[in-house]
Design a protein around this ligand. Structure first.
Ligand code: GDP
Ligand code: MG
Length: 163
């Protein structure tokens, strides 16, 4: 049985970097709902022997400050509805921001199954942010570096029971 993983989080935390690492080059556009078109990318992800559908919430990078919150909320809710499990990503070098808190609240309200990933965790600069991620109240943060491919075996062990 396969499952669907949605990567959610505010812009610039590294969602697409992880998506590309999991999926490789085969990317499809999904969701023809007005306003969401082009904003969710879907592909077939793989870690080791686990294969799954992965959704990237894109389309936020070009939003203006005032449109961002609304778009992010809508996209995140849509992704949660499509997914069996969400990987909620923060930037460990920045720590937990007010926008991260807003998204965490949406995930809690939706009763989504959530894994918290503290990305950009290569090196010591991320230590404080990884610890801060515990405060989201969504479980133990996964220490990840999407760019450098660190934390992938830990991600594997979190996804394996779902697969
Ligand atoms: P998205 O907006 O959440 O999709 O973020 P992107 O995947 O576009 O990444 C935003 C920026 O963060 C890019 O410049 C990436 O190269 C960088 N980035 C992504 N993952 C990492 C990481 O693990 N470590 C560091 N240092 N930078 C990263
Ligand atoms: Mg992106």
């Amino acid at each position: 049985m396969s499952f669907t993983l949605a990567i959610v989080g505010r812009p610039n935390v590294g969602k697409s970097t992880l998506f590309n690492r999991l999926v490789g080059k085969k990317i499809a556009l999904v969701d023809d709902q007005p306003g969401v078109t082009r904003d969710l990318r879907e592909g077939q992800g793989r870690i080791g022997d686990i294969s799954f559908t992965v959704i990237d919430t894109a389309g936020l990078e070009d939003a203006t400050d005032e449109s961002l919150q609304g778009r992010m909320r809508k996209l995140t809710e849509r992704a949660v509805e499509m997914a069996d499990v969400c990987l909620f990503m923060i930037d460990a070098r920045v720590g937990v921001t007010p926008t991260d808190e807003v998204l965490a609240e949406i995930l809690r309200k939706k009763s989504a199954r959530v894994l918290v990933a503290a990305n950009k965790s290569e090196g010591r600069a991320a230590d404080a942010g990884v610890i801060e991620a515990w405060n989201l109240g969504l479980g133990e943060p996964l220490r990840l570096s999407a760019e450098h491919g660190e934390g992938m075996s830990e991600l594997y062990s979190m996804l394996m029971p779902i697969s």
